[in-house]
Write a protein that binds this ligand. Structure first.
Ligand code: GLY
Length: 255
């Protein structure tokens, strides 16, 4: 169960966030409203939500999942692979000092890079995507740190997607949403895989929060499949974040 969630409000600079899809610029006012709705949904899941102020220096800094990975025993400050995101980790480290003993705050060092969107926690095991943002050196450092705390990890080379959790969401109880390149990946064969339709691929980025699954608005097949598994569902519209390659998981740190 999660007790704490950290989010960061989007800044006006969100419009300059890194974008690979041709979906236009985010509407800032709409993005702010969607962020408020996201926070309300999280609060309904029984967690304490810490809301950080926007940081205009970093257009993607509302995607607070990327500069750190938070576990029950330690926080691992990442080293973002995207040049415009370098520095976000310094800010989040200060915040995490309020939640973790300094001796349990670890850091990934150059030339290793890793972003939290490439890390999926499944109990004591962590899957780490090797992507354009996360290199093997970063993933190796990360897994070595995990081992100090009794955890372990598996590297998963990515082919197309930005981050590992762009196409996967672990919903606990062995249930895993899988989309695109992960559908046939043997690494995930022992999970109860819920295959997300190609035309709803964005909805593979859901989050499980204390028994509830938060699902992006507009993906009816995914919603129905998750409901059929017996989860309570909350819907949040993330249309403005999608325009800059962001989704539900990217918008929070959950621990
Ligand atoms: N725009 C989100 C990211 O690229 O990191």
């Amino acid at each position: 169960m999660f007790k704490n969630i950290i989010v960061r409000k989007p800044g006006k600079s969100l419009v300059d966030g890194i974008a690979s899809a041709d979906l236009g610029k985010p509407d800032y006012e709409k993005a702010l409203k969607q962020h408020e709705a996201y926070i309300e949904a999280l609060k309904k899941c029984g967690v304490e939500v810490t809301v950080l102020e926007a940081d205009e220096r970093y257009p993607d800094s509302c995607f607070v999942e990327d500069p750190a990975v938070v576990t029950k025993k330690c926080a691992i400050i990442t080293n973002p692979g995207a040049s415009s995101r370098k520095g976000e980790q310094v800010e989040i480290k200060e915040v995490l000092k309020k939640f973790y003993d300094e001796k349990n705050i670890e850091e990934i060092k150059n030339p290793g890079t890793i972003e939290g969107g490439d890390v999926m926690m499944v109990g004591d095991h962590f899957y780490v995507g090797l992507s354009a943002r996360t290199n093997e050196g970063g993933a190796r450092q990360f897994i070595d740190i995990l081992k100090k705390y009794g955890y372990d990890g598996t590297m998963v080379p990515l082919e197309k997607v930005l981050h590992l959790k762009t196409g996967l969401a672990y919903l606990e109880n062995n249930n895993l949403l899988v989309a695109g390149e992960f559908v046939d990946n043997p690494v995930f064969k022992d999970f109860n895989r819920i295959i997300i339709d190609e035309n709803e691929a964005y909805s593979a980025n859901c989050i499980w929060v204390n028994g509830t699954v938060i699902v992006p608005a507009g993906y009816e097949k995914a919603k129905k499949a998750i409901e059929e598994l017996g989860y309570k569902i909350l819907i949040v519209d993330t249309s403005e974040y999608r325009k800059v390659d962001g989704g539900l998981s990217c918008l929070s740190l959950r621990f």
